[in-house]
Design a protein around this ligand. Structure first.
Ligand code: SF4
Length: 304
Protein backbone atom coordinates (compact mmCIF):
# COMPACT_ATOMS: atom_id res chain seq x y z
CA UNK A 1 0.00 0.00 0.00
CA UNK A 2 1.36 3.42 -0.89
CA UNK A 3 3.09 5.20 1.99
CA UNK A 4 1.32 8.54 1.49
CA UNK A 5 -2.07 6.87 1.75
CA UNK A 6 -1.07 5.04 4.93
CA UNK A 7 0.10 8.40 6.28
CA UNK A 8 -3.54 9.53 6.25
CA UNK A 9 -4.05 7.22 9.22
CA UNK A 10 -1.66 9.35 11.27
CA UNK A 11 -3.28 12.71 10.44
CA UNK A 12 -5.03 14.48 13.33
CA UNK A 13 -8.83 14.45 12.88
CA UNK A 14 -9.27 18.18 12.01
CA UNK A 15 -6.53 18.04 9.34
CA UNK A 16 -7.96 14.89 7.77
CA UNK A 17 -11.46 16.38 7.63
CA UNK A 18 -10.18 19.63 6.18
CA UNK A 19 -8.19 17.81 3.47
CA UNK A 20 -11.22 15.66 2.57
CA UNK A 21 -13.51 18.69 2.42
CA UNK A 22 -11.21 20.60 0.11
CA UNK A 23 -10.80 17.48 -2.08
CA UNK A 24 -14.61 17.24 -2.34
CA UNK A 25 -14.89 20.91 -3.14
CA UNK A 26 -12.22 20.79 -5.83
CA UNK A 27 -13.10 17.49 -7.51
CA UNK A 28 -16.72 16.61 -6.75
CA UNK A 29 -18.51 19.96 -6.42
CA UNK A 30 -21.49 20.96 -4.34
CA UNK A 31 -24.37 18.76 -5.45
CA UNK A 32 -25.72 16.26 -2.91
CA UNK A 33 -26.84 13.14 -4.75
CA UNK A 34 -29.98 11.59 -3.29
CA UNK A 35 -30.90 8.01 -3.97
CA UNK A 36 -34.11 6.22 -2.98
CA UNK A 37 -34.19 2.42 -2.86
CA UNK A 38 -36.99 -0.14 -3.10
CA UNK A 39 -36.65 -3.62 -1.64
CA UNK A 40 -38.46 -5.33 -4.51
CA UNK A 41 -37.82 -8.89 -3.30
CA UNK A 42 -37.00 -9.61 0.32
CA UNK A 43 -35.22 -12.44 2.13
CA UNK A 44 -34.98 -16.15 1.22
CA UNK A 45 -31.43 -15.65 -0.04
CA UNK A 46 -29.19 -18.72 -0.33
CA UNK A 47 -25.99 -16.70 0.27
CA UNK A 48 -24.44 -16.41 3.72
CA UNK A 49 -23.28 -12.76 4.02
CA UNK A 50 -22.76 -12.43 7.77
CA UNK A 51 -24.17 -8.90 8.04
CA UNK A 52 -27.36 -9.51 6.10
CA UNK A 53 -30.86 -9.92 7.49
CA UNK A 54 -32.03 -11.42 4.19
CA UNK A 55 -29.96 -14.60 4.21
CA UNK A 56 -32.15 -17.70 4.68
CA UNK A 57 -29.33 -19.06 6.85
CA UNK A 58 -29.93 -16.48 9.58
CA UNK A 59 -33.05 -16.18 11.80
CA UNK A 60 -33.84 -12.49 11.77
CA UNK A 61 -37.64 -12.54 11.52
CA UNK A 62 -37.69 -9.99 8.68
CA UNK A 63 -40.64 -9.65 6.36
CA UNK A 64 -39.90 -11.89 3.35
CA UNK A 65 -41.71 -11.69 0.01
CA UNK A 66 -41.26 -12.62 -3.64
CA UNK A 67 -40.81 -10.07 -6.43
CA UNK A 68 -43.23 -7.14 -6.18
CA UNK A 69 -45.57 -6.30 -9.04
CA UNK A 70 -44.64 -3.82 -11.74
CA UNK A 71 -47.37 -1.41 -10.58
CA UNK A 72 -45.81 -1.24 -7.12
CA UNK A 73 -42.40 -0.46 -8.61
CA UNK A 74 -43.96 2.38 -10.59
CA UNK A 75 -45.74 3.70 -7.54
CA UNK A 76 -42.54 3.77 -5.47
CA UNK A 77 -40.57 5.35 -8.32
CA UNK A 78 -43.22 8.09 -8.40
CA UNK A 79 -42.82 8.57 -4.63
CA UNK A 80 -39.03 8.72 -4.98
CA UNK A 81 -39.42 11.49 -7.52
CA UNK A 82 -41.90 13.31 -5.29
CA UNK A 83 -39.51 13.33 -2.31
CA UNK A 84 -36.77 14.83 -4.50
CA UNK A 85 -34.56 11.78 -5.05
CA UNK A 86 -32.18 12.01 -8.03
CA UNK A 87 -32.34 8.28 -8.62
CA UNK A 88 -34.58 5.29 -7.92
CA UNK A 89 -32.92 1.94 -7.23
CA UNK A 90 -34.73 -1.40 -7.56
CA UNK A 91 -33.07 -3.91 -5.23
CA UNK A 92 -33.71 -7.65 -4.98
CA UNK A 93 -32.38 -10.15 -2.46
CA UNK A 94 -30.28 -13.09 -3.63
CA UNK A 95 -27.45 -13.48 -6.05
CA UNK A 96 -29.52 -14.13 -9.18
CA UNK A 97 -33.02 -13.83 -10.67
CA UNK A 98 -35.23 -16.16 -12.71
CA UNK A 99 -35.83 -15.27 -16.38
CA UNK A 100 -39.40 -14.18 -15.57
CA UNK A 101 -38.30 -11.96 -12.70
CA UNK A 102 -35.62 -10.38 -14.86
CA UNK A 103 -38.10 -9.72 -17.70
CA UNK A 104 -40.55 -8.09 -15.26
CA UNK A 105 -37.85 -5.75 -13.95
CA UNK A 106 -36.81 -4.76 -17.50
CA UNK A 107 -40.44 -4.00 -18.29
CA UNK A 108 -40.81 -1.91 -15.09
CA UNK A 109 -37.65 0.03 -15.91
CA UNK A 110 -38.93 0.84 -19.41
CA UNK A 111 -42.22 2.05 -18.01
CA UNK A 112 -40.69 4.10 -15.18
CA UNK A 113 -38.34 5.77 -17.65
CA UNK A 114 -41.16 6.79 -19.98
CA UNK A 115 -43.93 7.59 -17.50
CA UNK A 116 -42.03 8.99 -14.51
CA UNK A 117 -38.67 10.14 -15.78
CA UNK A 118 -36.35 9.55 -12.85
CA UNK A 119 -32.80 8.19 -13.25
CA UNK A 120 -32.73 4.46 -12.67
CA UNK A 121 -30.41 2.09 -10.89
CA UNK A 122 -30.81 -1.61 -10.05
CA UNK A 123 -29.16 -4.01 -7.64
CA UNK A 124 -30.04 -7.54 -8.72
CA UNK A 125 -26.97 -9.59 -7.80
CA UNK A 126 -24.58 -11.25 -10.23
CA UNK A 127 -25.60 -10.63 -13.85
CA UNK A 128 -24.10 -11.50 -17.23
CA UNK A 129 -23.00 -8.89 -19.76
CA UNK A 130 -26.03 -9.84 -21.84
CA UNK A 131 -28.43 -9.16 -18.97
CA UNK A 132 -26.69 -5.89 -18.11
CA UNK A 133 -27.01 -4.79 -21.75
CA UNK A 134 -30.71 -5.65 -21.67
CA UNK A 135 -31.14 -3.50 -18.57
CA UNK A 136 -29.31 -0.66 -20.29
CA UNK A 137 -31.53 -0.95 -23.36
CA UNK A 138 -34.57 -0.83 -21.05
CA UNK A 139 -33.41 2.54 -19.69
CA UNK A 140 -31.13 1.73 -16.76
CA UNK A 141 -28.15 4.06 -16.37
CA UNK A 142 -26.43 2.65 -13.28
CA UNK A 143 -25.97 -0.77 -11.69
CA UNK A 144 -25.25 -1.30 -8.01
CA UNK A 145 -23.13 -4.18 -6.70
CA UNK A 146 -21.15 -3.74 -3.47
CA UNK A 147 -17.73 -5.28 -2.95
CA UNK A 148 -18.68 -5.19 0.77
CA UNK A 149 -15.11 -5.16 2.19
CA UNK A 150 -11.46 -5.68 1.24
CA UNK A 151 -10.25 -8.70 -0.73
CA UNK A 152 -8.36 -9.84 2.40
CA UNK A 153 -11.35 -9.63 4.74
CA UNK A 154 -14.08 -10.82 2.34
CA UNK A 155 -13.77 -14.56 3.21
CA UNK A 156 -14.47 -13.68 6.87
CA UNK A 157 -17.82 -12.24 5.79
CA UNK A 158 -19.06 -14.38 2.88
CA UNK A 159 -18.24 -18.01 1.98
CA UNK A 160 -20.84 -18.78 -0.70
CA UNK A 161 -19.31 -16.58 -3.40
CA UNK A 162 -15.96 -14.88 -3.86
CA UNK A 163 -14.60 -11.37 -3.98
CA UNK A 164 -13.64 -12.04 -7.60
CA UNK A 165 -17.28 -12.93 -8.44
CA UNK A 166 -18.16 -9.41 -7.32
CA UNK A 167 -15.27 -7.81 -9.16
CA UNK A 168 -16.32 -9.60 -12.37
CA UNK A 169 -19.83 -8.19 -12.16
CA UNK A 170 -18.50 -4.64 -11.73
CA UNK A 171 -16.17 -5.11 -14.71
CA UNK A 172 -19.12 -6.31 -16.80
CA UNK A 173 -21.16 -3.27 -15.69
CA UNK A 174 -18.43 -0.92 -16.92
CA UNK A 175 -17.91 -2.95 -20.10
CA UNK A 176 -21.53 -2.55 -21.25
CA UNK A 177 -21.38 1.20 -20.59
CA UNK A 178 -23.44 1.44 -17.42
CA UNK A 179 -22.30 3.52 -14.46
CA UNK A 180 -21.15 1.39 -11.54
CA UNK A 181 -22.21 1.99 -7.96
CA UNK A 182 -20.19 -0.08 -5.53
CA UNK A 183 -19.03 0.30 -1.97
CA UNK A 184 -19.26 -1.67 1.20
CA UNK A 185 -20.02 -1.93 4.88
CA UNK A 186 -17.67 -0.71 7.57
CA UNK A 187 -17.67 -1.81 11.20
CA UNK A 188 -17.67 -5.57 10.53
CA UNK A 189 -14.34 -6.12 12.32
CA UNK A 190 -12.10 -5.07 9.42
CA UNK A 191 -9.09 -2.80 9.93
CA UNK A 192 -8.60 0.72 8.60
CA UNK A 193 -6.08 -0.81 6.14
CA UNK A 194 -8.87 -3.09 4.85
CA UNK A 195 -11.04 -0.03 4.23
CA UNK A 196 -8.21 1.67 2.38
CA UNK A 197 -7.72 -1.47 0.31
CA UNK A 198 -11.46 -1.49 -0.56
CA UNK A 199 -11.29 2.16 -1.62
CA UNK A 200 -8.22 1.50 -3.78
CA UNK A 201 -9.92 -1.47 -5.50
CA UNK A 202 -13.00 0.66 -6.22
CA UNK A 203 -10.77 3.36 -7.65
CA UNK A 204 -8.97 0.83 -9.84
CA UNK A 205 -12.31 -0.50 -11.13
CA UNK A 206 -13.40 3.02 -12.05
CA UNK A 207 -16.70 2.93 -10.16
CA UNK A 208 -18.79 6.10 -10.33
CA UNK A 209 -20.59 6.06 -7.02
CA UNK A 210 -19.56 4.61 -3.65
CA UNK A 211 -22.06 3.90 -0.89
CA UNK A 212 -20.52 3.58 2.58
CA UNK A 213 -22.79 1.62 4.90
CA UNK A 214 -21.99 1.48 8.61
CA UNK A 215 -22.95 -1.86 10.14
CA UNK A 216 -26.12 -1.81 12.17
CA UNK A 217 -25.84 -5.21 13.88
CA UNK A 218 -29.02 -7.21 13.28
CA UNK A 219 -30.07 -9.79 15.87
CA UNK A 220 -29.95 -13.30 14.43
CA UNK A 221 -27.08 -12.59 12.03
CA UNK A 222 -23.52 -13.74 12.88
CA UNK A 223 -22.57 -10.05 13.32
CA UNK A 224 -25.62 -9.33 15.48
CA UNK A 225 -23.60 -8.75 18.65
CA UNK A 226 -20.88 -6.56 17.17
CA UNK A 227 -20.51 -3.17 18.87
CA UNK A 228 -21.38 -0.14 16.74
CA UNK A 229 -18.45 1.60 15.10
CA UNK A 230 -17.57 4.91 16.75
CA UNK A 231 -18.77 8.07 15.06
CA UNK A 232 -15.17 9.35 14.74
CA UNK A 233 -13.96 6.20 13.03
CA UNK A 234 -16.87 6.26 10.59
CA UNK A 235 -16.18 9.91 9.70
CA UNK A 236 -12.44 9.25 9.36
CA UNK A 237 -13.29 6.45 6.91
CA UNK A 238 -15.52 8.73 4.82
CA UNK A 239 -12.67 11.26 4.69
CA UNK A 240 -10.13 8.67 3.56
CA UNK A 241 -12.52 7.39 0.86
CA UNK A 242 -12.93 10.96 -0.44
CA UNK A 243 -9.18 11.57 -0.58
CA UNK A 244 -8.66 8.32 -2.52
CA UNK A 245 -11.76 8.48 -4.73
CA UNK A 246 -11.52 12.24 -5.46
CA UNK A 247 -14.31 13.01 -7.98
CA UNK A 248 -16.63 10.07 -7.25
CA UNK A 249 -19.98 10.35 -5.53
CA UNK A 250 -19.55 9.15 -1.95
CA UNK A 251 -22.80 8.27 -0.23
CA UNK A 252 -23.41 7.72 3.43
CA UNK A 253 -25.96 4.93 3.50
CA UNK A 254 -27.33 2.60 6.19
CA UNK A 255 -26.02 3.29 9.70
CA UNK A 256 -25.92 7.04 9.12
CA UNK A 257 -28.62 7.62 11.76
CA UNK A 258 -27.57 4.99 14.34
CA UNK A 259 -23.84 5.72 14.30
CA UNK A 260 -23.47 9.38 13.33
CA UNK A 261 -26.56 10.49 15.29
CA UNK A 262 -26.31 14.29 15.75
CA UNK A 263 -23.09 14.43 13.72
CA UNK A 264 -24.47 13.45 10.32
CA UNK A 265 -23.48 16.81 8.83
CA UNK A 266 -19.86 16.00 9.77
CA UNK A 267 -19.81 13.23 7.16
CA UNK A 268 -20.53 15.90 4.53
CA UNK A 269 -17.74 18.10 5.90
CA UNK A 270 -15.51 15.00 5.58
CA UNK A 271 -16.10 14.49 1.88
CA UNK A 272 -19.47 12.77 1.48
CA UNK A 273 -21.69 14.20 -1.28
CA UNK A 274 -24.60 11.81 -1.38
CA UNK A 275 -26.97 9.81 0.76
CA UNK A 276 -29.90 7.45 0.68
CA UNK A 277 -33.23 9.05 1.43
CA UNK A 278 -36.54 7.45 2.41
CA UNK A 279 -35.28 4.36 4.29
CA UNK A 280 -33.17 1.27 3.64
CA UNK A 281 -33.75 -2.38 2.77
CA UNK A 282 -34.56 -3.87 6.17
CA UNK A 283 -34.19 -0.87 8.48
CA UNK A 284 -36.15 2.38 8.60
CA UNK A 285 -34.43 5.70 8.02
CA UNK A 286 -35.40 9.15 9.33
CA UNK A 287 -38.24 11.22 7.98
CA UNK A 288 -37.76 12.78 4.55
CA UNK A 289 -38.27 16.26 6.07
CA UNK A 290 -35.40 15.73 8.51
CA UNK A 291 -33.16 14.55 5.69
CA UNK A 292 -34.00 17.58 3.56
CA UNK A 293 -33.18 19.86 6.53
CA UNK A 294 -29.81 18.14 6.69
CA UNK A 295 -29.25 18.72 2.95
CA UNK A 296 -30.07 22.44 3.32
CA UNK A 297 -27.79 22.78 6.36
CA UNK A 298 -24.91 21.07 4.56
CA UNK A 299 -25.32 23.30 1.51
CA UNK A 300 -25.07 26.36 3.79
CA UNK A 301 -21.96 24.93 5.48
CA UNK A 302 -20.39 24.33 2.06
CA UNK A 303 -20.97 27.97 1.07
CA UNK A 304 -19.03 29.33 4.05
S1 SF4 B 1 -26.19 -9.28 0.86
FE1 SF4 B 1 -27.37 -9.97 -0.92
S2 SF4 B 1 -26.38 -11.91 -1.49
FE2 SF4 B 1 -25.70 -11.49 0.60
S3 SF4 B 1 -27.21 -12.59 1.92
FE3 SF4 B 1 -27.94 -10.47 1.65
S4 SF4 B 1 -29.37 -10.57 -0.07
FE4 SF4 B 1 -28.09 -12.43 -0.14
Amino acid sequence: MEKDILRLLELPFPELISLANSTRNEHAGKHIDLCSIMNAKSGMCAQDCKFCAQSARHSTGINTYSLKKREEMLELAQKAKAIGADRFDIVTSGNSLSADEFALICEAIREIKHKIGIKLCASLGKLSEKQLSQLKESGLTRYHHNLETSRRYFPQIVSTHSFDDRVETIKAVKKVGLEACSGGIIGMGESMEDRISLALTLEELGVDSVPINILVPIKGTPLGERPLLSCTEAIRTVAIFRIILKEKTIKVAAGRESVLKDFQAMAFMAGANGMLIGGYLTIKGRSVDEDWKLVEEVKKLWQD
